[in-house]
Design a protein around this ligand. Structure first.
Ligand code: CA
Length: 712
């Protein structure tokens, strides 16, 4: 890759994206109560009992009913409509013949796992105004299960326990300060009688932590803050001793982190290491991203941003940490899939228990599980921000990476070389399967944070962006930069065994099975099975909806099922409309289940055609359009798409009839007329003149060459 941008593609640099998240499992008998020991180490079998399949979270099933010889006989057993057009990231849980899947706005669906028949639906009734605090769509990644209860993290910060049979709320706990822009999208985990949950919000300004609640009462048992409080004082939390010892001194006493919370949100990976009786979790990026605005004294690494941290499972007391990106500056979260495994990395090739992760920064890490000691790392995609790691695993940054040079194209960008889409690991073959991507981006530093915007990273994605709609040639050049791939990675040799190139980034999470098949869904709506050893495509089926969620597998009455949810959306899904020259796959929330010999069909999505006619004549002079571009990019772009081109998940403002009427526009943008649908008032962020300038800019885009044709 050319490290420096050619002048003609500077728009690409700026636009890129404005974003940058069981054993013993074989309980055949319904009478068996699900306990911690049942969810213990070992591969997933007939049931899928926890987010990653087992405590080790390898997403590897022991089932072999569907194998390389018969996979071509897979057919649709049933489908179930999740009744949402937003992103669906769920890992369904399967126990006692019931599937528990979540959809947008944290709604839980309980289904007959054999037929898809609906048993109950629980809607937590989230105030849609919460949606603007969600960096990356109002998604949810799944529930946890424990002794007759279902646990769900709700996007407004609640953690709730439901009756698994009825969906009735048993207890509900608010886990965050509702005056701050926290959101919860991750799946809770059950560890030794506690339910663990983190949160998100580092793009908008929060302080991250992981909490453990009593499974029965919902009482807080322990909490671990990942960054100090601004006074550098004890919180009365499990993190106090280690923050006093290591954390506080890694931050200055001034800067935006003291008001924005510093970030470090624990929004996805939380894994129980049963062997070492510890919880290993991934920590997110800094808040704001721009390290020189966040902590201008620049005296330390800003612990524990972008780190893998291990704590005692009972008390939350610190055990070890490994920081993947010291003093994060680029939204390089280390929240991605953490997998525990035994690899021949001990003395003389003896088995050694390790932690592996492929975080956003593009390095694949292998650490000792007991001590956190660095074992090895290597880059799994091309990088421009670092040339490698030193003997301790610390990245060797390129000179251009910091301070950020505005003309430099950083790879990975904030979407990461690997995002939340779950990675899997086949212990028989010793291969990890990474849903990887290349999404380079420029970072243009702001001299100071903009106090008014909600999305507040300390970088200006609007600066240098053209007011006029992009020409097709530039768009084509941009598209060519963005790549998706499925990589089979050997964590011992730290090299790729095989790679499948995919047409777009941000494809689905991965499932591995003992039959030697790896399954992944794609943005284009294909569910594909590959030979786990070679990457040869064995089977695929189009399921009429973009996939970002990971598949799961289970067995009922001797038949193996393969299930995955469709539902295009999430961070990339909201932002990437301008990259599609054909229709974006419709965002249809649906669970699709397959089994051998089934003959079902996936219903065609109901897509309402959009009238792509400008609703009013252009207005505004160059100055007004420029003001509109800036205000749009700071306040509207993350949901409605760069350049006012929506991906189709949320309304494409170019064709909105509201653009024709200044008063109607103002009522929506400034007066909250559609707050109940999630479009809150932006009166705190925009003046009436700003709002009118945004209208002029959006109308201007409607009159340009249509760069994308969203489907619905
Ligand atoms: Ca982030």
């Amino acid at each position: 890759m050319n490290r420096r941008m050619a002048g003609g593609t500077s728009a690409a640099l700026v636009l890129a994206l404005a974003l940058s998240g069981c054993q013993k499992a074989e309980t055949d008998s319904p009478a068996v109560a699900l306990t911690d020991s049942l969810a213990a180490a070992g591969s997933a079998g007939k049931e899928w009992l926890s987010y990653g399949g087992t405590y080790d979270e390898q997403r590897h099933s022991r089932l072999k009913g569907i194998n390389q010889d018969n996979v071509d006989q897979l057919g649709v057993a049933w489908t179930y409509a999740l009744k949402t057009g937003r992103g669906v990231e769920t890992t369904p849980i399967i126990h006692d013949g019931v599937m528990y899947a979540t959809s947008a706005w944290s709604v839980v669906h309980a289904l007959d796992a054999k037929t898809g028949a609906e048993l109950w639906v629980y809607d937590p009734g989230v105030d849609r105004a919460v949606g603007v605090d969600a960096c990356c769509d109002v998604v949810n990644r799944g529930v946890a299960l424990h002794e007759g209860k279902i646990y769900v993290g709700v996007i407004d910060g609640r953690l709730e326990a439901l009756d698994a049979k009825t969906g009735k709320v048993i207890w509900s706990k608010q886990t965050v300060d509702r005056s701050k822009p926290y959101t919860v999208t991750g799946a809770p985990r059950i560890v030794k009688g506690k339910v663990l949950i983190g949160n998100g919000g580092a793009e908008l300004g929060v302080r991250g932590y992981l909490s453990a609640y009593d499974v029965n009462t919902g009482e807080l048992v322990w909490r671990f803050f990942t960054v100090p409080n601004p006074e550098l004082k004890p919180d009365g939390a499990a993190s106090d001793p280690i923050l006093a010892k290591l954390g506080n001194s890694s931050w200055g006493k001034t800067g935006r982190w003291t008001s924005d919370g510093g970030g470090g949100t624990v929004w996805d990976s939380i894994v129980y290491d049963e062997v070492n009786d510890q919880v290993v979790f991934g920590v997110g990026n800094g808040s704001p991203w721009n390290a020189m605005l966040r902590d201008p004294e620049n005296k330390g690494d800003n612990l524990f941003l972008s780190s893998i941290v291990a704590v005692d499972a009972d008390t939350g007391a610190y055990k070890w940490h490994f920081q993947t990106t010291p003093r994060d500056n680029w939204d390089y979260t280390a929240t991605q899939t953490i997998i525990l495994a035994e690899l021949p990395l001990g003395q003389g090739g003896a088995p050694r228990r390790i932690v592996m992760q492929a975080p956003k920064n593009g390095f694949f890490y292998v650490l000792d599980a007991k001590t956190g000691a660095y074992i090895s790392a290597n880059n799994f995609v091309p990088q421009t921000w670092a040339t490698g790691v030193d003997a301790n695993g610390r990245p060797i940054e390129t000179p251009e990476a910091r301070p950020v040079n505005a003309s430099y194209l950083h790879s990975p960008g904030p979407q990461g070389a690997h995002n939340w889409h779950p990675m899997a690991f086949n212990p028989d073959l010793g291969l990890a399967y990474i849903p990887a991507q290349e999404l380079p981006q420029g970072y243009l530093p702001k001299p100071k944070p903009d106090p008014a915007t909600k999305w507040n990273t300390g970088f200006a994605f609007e600066d240098g962006m053209p007011v006029d709609p992009l020409d097709p040639a530039t768009l084509k050049a941009m598209k060519a930069m963005y790549k998706g791939r499925l990589i089979a990675w050997d964590p011992v040799k730290q090299e790729a065994r095989w790679t499948v190139e995919l047409p777009t980034p941000s494809n689905g999470g991965v499932l591995s099975t003992a039959a030697g098949i790896v399954y992944q869904g794609t943005v284009g709506g294909d569910l594909v099975g590959y030979d786990a050893a070679t990457g040869k495509k064995l089977w695929s089926r189009n399921i009429k909806g973009g996939v970002i969620a990971p598949p799961v597998t289970y067995e009922i009455d001797g038949e193996q099922y393969l299930a995955v949810a469709t539902g295009w959306g999430g961070a990339y899904g909201l932002a990437a409309g301008f990259l599609f020259d054909k229709a974006v796959p419709p965002s249809v929330g649906r669970v699709v289940a397959f089994k051998l010999g089934a003959k079902g069909e996936v219903p065609d999505p109901e897509v309402t055609p959009i009238d792509r006619t400008p609703q009013t004549a252009r207005f505004g002079d160059a100055k007004m359009l420029q003001a509109g571009l800036v205000a749009y990019s700071r306040n509207c772009m993350v949901c409605h798409g760069p350049m006012a081109i929506s991906s189709g998940v949320l309304p494409d403002l170019r064709w909105s009839p509201t653009t024709a009427d200044a008063d109607a526009w103002k009522a929506v943008v400034l007066e909250g007329q559609r707050a109940s649908a999630g479009m809150v008032s932006f009166a705190k962020q925009m003046t009436p003149a700003d709002a009118e300038a945004v209208r002029a800019y959006v109308v201007h885009q409607a009159h340009g060459p249509v760069a994308a044709k969203p489907a619905g």
